[in-house]
Every structure is written in structure tokens, then in C-alpha cells.
Ligand binder design. Structure first.
Ligand SMILES: *Cc1c(COP(=O)(O)O)cnc(C)c1O
Length: 497
């Protein structure tokens, strides 16, 4: 059955999947949502034993109904290939009786690769399907992880260019090195004097600049976004939850139909929403456990039904979860408001005007699938140390938040359901925090000394993504002021006023 997409803020206009991918965000500021969540056509038993790519096809074809089989398989095969350092793409590792779904085996060793390695292919296929002749220019502001994953995904993809702005002094040294060494002559990386918000605001202004849009169109170019609210990022994330269950079944770790819990370290609410979609497609999932760090807006929301961003922004050791506005939550709000775009719009207006909204009791009753909790900085560090001492397995800071929250969940509920924890980054990406948690003595070492030490104590090879940047030459040394962003973009695109 065909799936069409409409905005969470206006249900009238429906677009196809490829149109939603090209557009990213709806004109009214809403997010595209499918008109229904399709149910899996194969049983879990039939999926057990299938490869990641085969399961990706079975899941994605149900959402992206205007893609042909050939188009979709082509996208999948180009995305999930030797860029990943393991053939299984997303391995499940058992530790302390729980299953860690490692989503960090792609090009940039964080879970963003799971979606950003396929998004460029979905996008150029969508452009072709909709007879868009322009070259697609991806414009992104990043606080670290997304920028590199988007660069790696779009590098060398014909018909696209990518421009990434990052705060010059606001990312980790390893993150910066990862970006400025990016190869591919369709890539462009610029540090700006300012913080992430400045970069983000500047990018939004460029997106809304009509004069620039016209100049771009004259040059055969148009902007698009690789932002995490794009449906082309959400759909590929549903795949690994289906895959994880199929794998557990294949290995006899669960009986057919036996329910599992899923724990997700959450920021923008994209990853956990994908797990919720997987549950609705028919994967036997019991609770969806939403793990936050000290920026615990979501925990408070699940407890009280009030979403309130009016609070201090905390800088934590799990920076990819340092978020006060979880954009993808809007898709859940829309759903528990019975797909009522008008009602959802009211909440979102309240959020932008007052920084908060309170959902009704009736809506709160529909959140029974979810459990929220959070871990402090100390609890996170202790979890890394305890896990390492108990098992030798080294968790990254984000995954440690999830693991600590899972312990709280078990203490609260005594629920012994088998559990999968989404492991969202390699510990090599956040080496200093991870090593300090294991032993403060490591703080004296340089970044790359820490990398080698982690490899030794964790008994894991240094990932390629890190090995590469050790000696890679700096290719991008552009730095600009916020006010210069437009000029810089025009120069890169060869547009001369
Ligand atoms: C982006 C990110 C998250 C948060 O995922 P959301 O989909 O934004 O909730 C968690 N961990 C890591 C390592 C990330 O890069």
C-alpha cells in the first residue's frame, strides 16, 4: 500500500516519500510524517538469517513506496558496503547479560553513519524521480558528529556538493581533525568565529535567503538539508531494530514472539522514534527506554507531561545529547494528539513562544510504551569504569548514559525482559572522557597517546576513522566571521554577484 507524507502542522497537503526527502522540512515548519506506519510483510522468523542489506530492503520499501526495487536496492548496496568495518554492519555484543547493538562501525564511528551513508543516494534518486536538474547543495551547521558523517556520506557523490560550518573553537580536536581532513572536491568545510548557535542561525538565514536561492537557481544549484528531521534519515534507522531482533532470534537468544526492551541514548529523539516505528511495524518490543544526560528535558516530560526548555544548558561528556529542543519529539506529539495537526501546531507555537507546553492527561496515557530516566556525569563515568572492570568491554560516554539508565529502570521496575541497548558511538570518538572515567591518571596523555592506550586496555584495534586522521593532511583551513558566511558559500559555489 502506498505511503504518503504530510506535515505535522498541516495535514492537507500530501507528498510522496521522494518529495519529502528532497524537501526535508515542510514549508510550514512541520515535520513530514507517514500517513500510516506499515506493518512488516515477512515474519521475524523469515527475517532471521537475512543480511543487513536484505532486511534494509524489506523495511525501507514499505516506507519509500515511490522508489522502485532497483532504485532502493541500488541505494542500499552503495550505502552499506566496505565503508563499514564489519560485514554484519551492526553487530550485537553481549555484556552483563544485555545486548549492545553497535551502531558505530561506519565511516565516522558514530551512529549518524547508519542514516547518513544512505541519505545522499536516496536524495539523488529522489531528485531524478522528480526531474530536478539542479545540483543539490547540502548546507549543514554542526556541533561535531553530524558534520563529519554528512561529509563522509556526500563526498564524491555525483550531483551533490556539501558545505559544513562548525564553531572554530567549539568541537573536540579529534572532531575538528576528522572534518578538516575530509577528501572529495565536492566538500567544503569552514570554521566560524562563534558558537554552534551562530553557525546554525547563519545556515538558517542562508536557507531563507531568496536572492541567494535565485542566484543558485541561475547557476543550476539548489540547497537541501541533511538534518536529522529528514524522513530519509529516520527510515534507515528503523532497519537496525528489525535487524537486531532478527539476529537475536537467529541466534536463539529470544524465542519467536518474545518481547525485548530497547534503550536509546537520546538527544534529538530521532533514534528512539525509529525504535517506536519498529515496534509499530510489528517488532516484539516491550518498553522503549529513553535515556538522557543532565539535559533531562525528556525525562521531565515523560514524568510530568510538561516539555520545558527553560533551563540551563549543561555541557556534558556526552555532547551529542546536549540538546534542549528534541525536534523529532514533534512526530510523537502529533501521533498522541490523534494525528491532529492543528493541536500539534498549538503545542509547537507554545514551545517557540514560551519555551514550554503541557500535554493533556489523555495524551499522557498514550505514552505507556515509553520509560524515561537520566544519568548524571558521575553516574555515566562510574558506568564506564564498572563495565570495564566487570567485563573488559569499553563503553563510550553516550552508550554509558543508556547503560546507567537501564540499571535504574531495572531497579525501579524489576523487569527482567531481555534488553537491547543502542550503542551510538565508538569509545575512540570520546577517548579522553572514556579513559578519564576508567582512571584519572590518563588525563596527562595527549589525544593520540590516549587512542593507543585505549586500544591496548580495551583489546580492540584502533578504528580506521581514527588511524586515517593521525597523519592525514589538513585540506580545509577556511575560517570566517559569521557575517561572511554568505560570501564564503558563493565563492565555493562559483557564484559571482
Ligand atoms: C546524535 C547522537 C545521539 C542522539 O541521537 P538522537 O537521534 O538525536 O536522539 C546519541 N549518541 C550519539 C553518539 C550521537 O551522535
Amino acid at each position: 500500500m502506498e505511503v504518503l507524507y504530510s506535515s505535522t502542522r498541516n495535514g492537507d497537503k500530501k507528498v510522496t516519500a521522494s518529495q519529502a526527502i528532497l524537501q526535508g522540512l515542510s514549508e510550514d515548519g512541520g515535520l513530514f510524517v507517514p500517513d500510516h506506519i506499515p506493518v512488516l510483510e515477512c515474519s521475524m522468523k523469515e527475517l532471521a538469517g537475512k543480511t543487513y542489506q536484505e532486511i534494509a530492503y524489506q523495511v525501507m520499501k514499505l516506507f519509500l513506496t515511490d522508489f522502485t526495487e532497483e532504485e532502493l536496492k541500488n541505494c542500499i548496496n552503495r550505502a552499506y558496503d566496505s565503508k563499514f568495518d564489519t560485514e554484519v554492519i551492526a553487530p550485537l555484543v553481549e555484556a552483563e547479560g544485555t545486548y549492545y547493538l553497535e551502531l558505530f562501525h561506519g565511516a565516522t564511528i558514530a551512529f549518524k553513519d547508519m542514516a547518513l551513508s544512505i541519505l545522499p543516494h536516496l536524495m539523488i534518486t529522489s531528485a531524478k524521480k522528480n526531474h530536478v536538474e539542479n545540483e543539490i547543495v547540502i548546507l549543514t551547521a554542526t556541533s561535531g558528529d553530524t558534520g563529519k558523517a554528512a561529509l563522509a556520506g556526500f563526498a564524491g557523490v555525483e550531483g551533490t556538493k556539501i558545505i559544513v560550518f562548525y564553531p572554530k573553537n567549539g568541537v573536540s580536536p579529534i572532531q575538528e581533525k576528522q572534518m578538516v581532513t575530509q577528501k572529495g572536491d565536492n566538500t567544503f568545510v569552514v570554521g566560524i568565529h562563534g558558537n554552534f548557535d551562530d553557525a546554525q542561525t547563519g545556515v538558517k538565514q542562508l536557507f531563507n535567503d531568496r536572492e541567494l536561492a535565485q542566484e543558485m537557481a541561475d547557476a543550476g544549484l539548489q540547497f537541501s538539508s541533511a538534518n536529522s528531521i529528514n524522513i530519509g534519515r529516520l527510515v534507515p534507522q528503523v532497519v537496525y531494530y528489525v535487524y537486531a531482533y532478527a539476529k537475536l532470534l537467529e541466534e536463539g537468544k529470544v524465542a519467536d514472539g518474545e518481547k525485548i526492551n530497547v534503550v536509546v541514548p537520546t538527544g534529538n529523539f530521532g533514534n528512539i522514534l525509529a525504535a517506536f516505528y519498529a515496534k509499530n511495524m510489528g517488532v516484539p518490543i516491550n518498553k522503549l527506554i529513553c535515556a538522557s544526560n543532565e539535559n533531562k528535558v525528556l525525562y521531565d516530560f515523560f514524568v510530568s507531561g510538561k516539555y520545558d526548555r527553560n533551563r540551563e544548558f549543561m555541557l556534558t561528556s556526552s555532547p551529542s545529547m546536549d540538546i534542549l529542543i528534541s525536534s523529532n519529539l514533534e512526530r510523537l506529539i502529533y501521533r498522541i494528539a490523534d494525528n491532529d495537526a492543528g493541536k500539534n501546531s498549538e503545542f509547537m507555537t507554545a514551545l517557540s513562544q514560551n519555551g514550554s507546553y503541557q500535554i493533556t492527561e489523555e495524551m499522557q496515557d498514550k505514552l505507556g510504551d515509553f520509560y524515561g530516566n537520566y544519568a548524571s556525569e558521575k553516574e555515566t563515568a562510574d558506568r564506564i569504569k564498572d563495565m570495564y572492570e566487570n567485563t573488559g568491554y569499553v563503553l563510550d560516554t553516550h552508550t554509558a548514559v543508556a547503560s546507567a539508565v537501564y540499571q535504574k529502570y531495572v531497579a525501579d521496575t524489576k523487569d527482567t525482559t531481555k534488553t537491547v541497548i543502542a550503542s551510538t558511538a565508538s569509545p575512540f570518538k570520546f577517548t579522553r572522557s572514556v579513559m578519564n572515567a576508567i582512571d584519572p591518571k590518563y588525563n596527562e596523555m595527549s589525544d593520540f597517546e590516549l587512542v593507543d592506550e585505549l586500544s591496548k586496555i580495551g583489546n580492540v584495534d584502533v578504528p580506521n576513522a581514527i588511524e586515517e586522521i593521525r597523519t592525514a593532511p589538513v585540506i580545509h583551513d577556511n575560517v570566517c566571521d559569521k557575517a561572511e558566511m554568505k560570501a564564503v558559500v558563493k565563492r565555493f559555489l562559483g557564484i559571482h554577484a
